[in-house]
Design a protein around this ligand. Structure first.
Ligand code: 13P
Ligand code: SF4
Length: 357
């Protein structure tokens, strides 16, 4: 990155002092991470945002749904800035509030809405989180999905009962957690396709299901394949394959370790020098890990999978522009969730923050 921009970022941050707090998700570019006051996965960043009431401005280097959650969790006078408004998330966009309301009507028609708890992944719009709060559900992230699912099932008769979860929008995180952590069977899961009438499911299929998985996925993690794992194992003897739970179940089933970005970082920190790792998550993070661990072999699970294009939209020029605007007294790209959605989304977010563990 240009020395001039680095200098400008430093100067703007120094001028703002404690008035600004910069959060950086692990998938952000190195040039941005350098200026983050704290880095984390989406769960850690949500907690960090809630724990900084003294900062007037929270600059969120991540994607739109994360900045929305930060706005919901901060106080009314704090302002959240997303350095590029085009930093969305294709997965979050796969569940619109109208589609989710329609899906709920289908569950009501099938007579199962009362025994269904909605659980939404952090990677969803504030409107979906609000829907979840209004219907007694919780938000979860990839680091607490198993706890969230147990909590939700406990509300409707337990994991071994007949109650259900509507899990949005990542079908893979929902399925992986149900199969790996809750001991459910593939037959317990159905996929609700919002583009098809009644989700493409019969009333009987809905009634028999335990996990109703929204048809959504991550465009980055969805690309890793079982062939990638086989090839890595053939090429790198003794390699440990570690993937994010947004990967497809066929991939997760073949991996040695599965976890959120914070989990992946901790596992590499604890790894033996000389050990070999193949990692299936976003490329900015994997490259950073390879640099941080020169004594270990860190491979990318599939060299054809690229950066998350929307995470990558936040670059140093956008960060510098945002900080300099703040110095000049203007709040650029402020993210504000409307009051009613913010209230109910907060109910679902607070429920997540109150989960055990
Ligand atoms: P975590 O930060 O929870 O690991 O999620 C990864 C991700 O895809 C964020 O967009
Ligand atoms: Fe969305 Fe996937 Fe990018 Fe995360 S990595 S922001 S889930 S598209």
């Amino acid at each position: 990155s240009s020395p001039d921009l680095v200098e400008r970022a430093r100067a703007a941050k120094a001028a703002l002092g404690d008035r600004v707090f910069v959060l950086g998700h692990h998938y952000q570019r190195d040039e941005v991470i350098e200026f983050a006051d704290v880095t984390g996965d989406s769960f850690k960043l949500a907690r960090e945002a809630a724990a900084r009431p003294e900062a007037e401005f929270i600059v969120f280097c991540g994607v739109h749904f994360m900045a929305e959650s930060a706005d919901i969790l901060t106080t009314a006078d704090q302002q959240v800035v997303l350095p590029d408004l085009a930093a969305g998330c294709s997965m979050a966009d796969m569940a619109t509030i109208d589609q989710v309301e329609d899906a709920w009507d289908v569950l009501v028609e099938a007579g199962i809405a009362e025994s269904t708890v909605p659980v939404t992944y952090m990677n969803s719009t504030a409107a979906i989180k609000a829907f979840t709060g209004r219907h007694g559900g919780t938000v979860c992230t990839s680091s607490n999905a198993h706890v969230a699912l147990r909590w939700a099932f406990d509300k409707v008769g337990g994991v071994d009962g007949t109650g259900k979860i509507l899990f949005m929008p990542d079908q893979h995180l929902g399925r992986n957690t149900a199969l790996r952590d809750l001991g459910m069977r593939a037959e317990d899961c159905v996929v609700f396709d919002p583009r098809k009438p009644d989700g493409g499911l019969t009333t009987q299929e809905l009634r028999d299901a335990r996990m109703i998985l929204w048809r959504g996925h991550c465009s980055v993690h969805g690309r890793f394949s079982p062939e990638n794992v086989a090839q890595m194992r053939a090429n790198v003897p003794g390699v440990t394959v570690m993937v994010h739970p947004e990967c497809r179940n066929e991939v997760v089933a073949l991996a040695d370790k599965v976890g959120s970005t914070e989990f992946i970082i901790r596992a590499l920190d604890a790894a033996e020098p000389g050990s070999s790792w193949a990692i299936g998550t976003e490329l900015n993070l994997v490259r950073r890990l390879a640099k941080a661990h020169p004594d270990k072999q860190v491979h990318y699970l599939d060299s054809t999978v690229c950066f998350c294009s929307t995470m990558n939209r936040i670059d140093l020029p956008h960060l510098v522009w945002s900080l300099e605007q703040l110095v000049a007294g203007t709040v650029p790209n402020r993210i504000v969730v409307d009051a009613d959605d913010a209230h109910w989304a907060r109910v679902a977010l607070d429920q997540m923050l109150a989960l055990p563990g």
